[in-house]
Design a protein around this ligand. Structure first.
Ligand code: COA
Length: 258
């Protein structure tokens, strides 16, 4: 597939995906969501990729939301389908991906942009980034998981304040609320994320997959996270990485994971 709306670059085990519609502040149109779905599925099946970074092209925006021009004339059914398809194709796919996804928030992350960042496993922001869910100012609500994930990350009160006021918060405020893990200078953002990614990539990928599955279970209805942890913990004992990791420790050498 030739990508028109995203750029991809692989360096060792790290795949960087840049949403590339800078003249539209990287707004997520249907074509971009389809490309994201495609590249993420490819990355999922590519053993040489161990960590994914998602960012936006240019210095102004990560993603300024879903592309408003595409849905301005939608009716109720089309609106519901837009949310359902987007959630399935991209946002849930990212959250449930068992390879870590880091959002490098390089500017405005609004609406679907913040929802994309929140679907990632964690977020790093540049110091000038601004984040918010402005949908109620458009007569809408967040539809790509924002009403659920924001509360899970920052707590219900702050999530409701942000959603109901439609206001943006600064990177430093986002750090204070735990919405992002770090704030760094724009020029350092990708290097910082790549260093974090490289540290993660050196660990056991099967254990990382098990950890993501166990942590996510806490947020899935009908699942008992503690039971999932027991299941995943047990499954680790049958993996080559467990043999290698424990042998390496006992032999006082660095583990070499496949
Ligand atoms: N959907 C479609 N187009 C968008 C967009 C979106 N979510 N966000 C920005 N754009 C487009 C603008 O229409 C403009 O296109 P044009 O040059 O063809 O007119 C271009 O990106 C630049 O945006 P502009 O508004 O001129 O930049 P700004 O610096 O004045 O303002 C923002 C930046 C982010 C504050 C402003 O673009 C904005 O509020 N965007 C919408 C945010 C939003 O509501 N997102 C949730 C959508 S559900």
């Amino acid at each position: 597939m030739t990508y028109k709306n995203i750029l991809i670059e692989q360096s060792e085990a790290i795949l960087t995906i840049s949403i590339n519609r800078p003249d539209k502040l990287n707004a997520l149109n249907k074509a971009t969501l389809e490309e994201l779905n495609h590249v993420i599925l490819e990355a999922k099946n590519n053993k040489t990729i161990r960590v994914i970074i998602i960012t936006g092209s240019g210095i102004k925006a990560f993603v300024a939301g879903a592309d408003i021009s595409e849905f301005a004339n939608y009716d109720n059914l089309q609106g519901a389908n837009l949310a359902k398809q987007g959630q399935t194709l991209v946002f849930d796919l990212i959250q449930n991906l068992t390879k870590p996804v880091i959002a490098a928030v390089n500017g405005f992350a609004l609406g679907g942009g913040l929802e994309l960042a929140m679907a990632a496993h964690f977020r790093v922001a540049s110091s000038h980034a601004k984040m918010g869910l402005p949908e109620v100012s458009l007569g809408l609500i967040p539809g790509y998981g924002g009403t659920q994930r924001l509360g899970q990350i920052v707590g219900r009160g702050k999530a409701l304040e942000m959603i109901l006021s439609a206001s943006m918060i600064s990177a430093d405020e986002a750090l204070k609320y735990g919405l992002v893990n770090y704030v760094v200078e724009q020029a350092d953002l990708l290097d910082f994320c790549k260093k974090l990614a490289a540290k993660i990539a050196g660990n056991s990928s099967s254990a990382i997959a098990a950890a993501i599955t166990a942590v996510n279970a806490n947020f899935e209805s009908g699942k008992n996270g503690f039971d999932e942890e027991v299941k995943q913990f047990g499954a680790c004992f049958g993996t080559p990485d467990f043999k290698e990791g424990t042998s390496a420790f006992l032999e006082k050498r660095k583990a070499r994971f496949a």
